[in-house]
Design a protein around this ligand. Sequence first.
Ligand code: NAP
Length: 246
Amino acid sequence: MLAGQCAIVTGATRGIGRAIATKLATSGANVVVNYRSNTEEAEKLKTELEALGVKILLVQGDISKDEEAKKLILAAKDAFGKIDILVNNAGITKDGLIMRMKEEDFDKVIEVNLKGTFNCSKHVTSVMIKQKYGKIINISSVVGIVGNAGQVNYSASKAGIIGMTKSLAKELGSRGINVNAVAPGYIVTDMTEELSEKIKEETKNSIPLKRLGEPEDVAELVAFLASKSSDYITGQVINVDGGMVI
Ligand code: NAP
């Protein structure tokens, strides 16, 4: 489905990013795996994915820093000569009620989640415009749509990603570039692991499909949005949440 294409996935050594990188590689794409800190895990993933017969490039870098995001995009272009797919997945939480939330915790979440998405999208745009082709997929969250107590920073960053997705879709549509957002619900990863068993159980019960999501549930949709099957879809926000937000 994606044979010979070049896909960049940010924050790809764990959780949803790892599942996306794996799904895209399984679909035949050469994948640029961006990661921030865990080189050992990145090397392990590279070996695992190369066994599928695709090329993998590891690029360490903090995407919230413009220079590092630029290096990531240039490294991908140098290695593969083109960039077909960018998945802006890297994200963090620093939860707390607003009265106790430190300014730095607000800024950090916005910097990584929203500005990181901006940085990578900005630098990939010049490559994709020249190609007259590209798929940008931004990982938002249902929390960016309905909000969540204790997550004013995170929900603002994820709502910002939705606005950015729609603006970019309008800006880049005439250049053959599709921009969409995916809004996962509760997905089992390190990010959600810290929540209490009580909250997990309550959440599960409130979900129409009566289960928590797996990273692979998100990866399936991302692979569709990365493929030619989604050529007439842009500027959309699609939930992968088991019906949590209807
Ligand atoms: P995760 O398990 O915590 O993994 C986050 C990944 O992002 C890690 O690989 C991390 O790298 C990387 N990362 C963090 N900051 C980075 C930076 N500045 N530069 C580059 N990489 C960075 O999270 P997840 O649950 O898979 O979440 C992935 C995305 O889905 C996030 O955008 C998250 O907001 C979104 N999402 C998750 C859920 C959920 O229920 N899990 C729901 C909705 C949306 P390190 O290993 O180096 O820290």
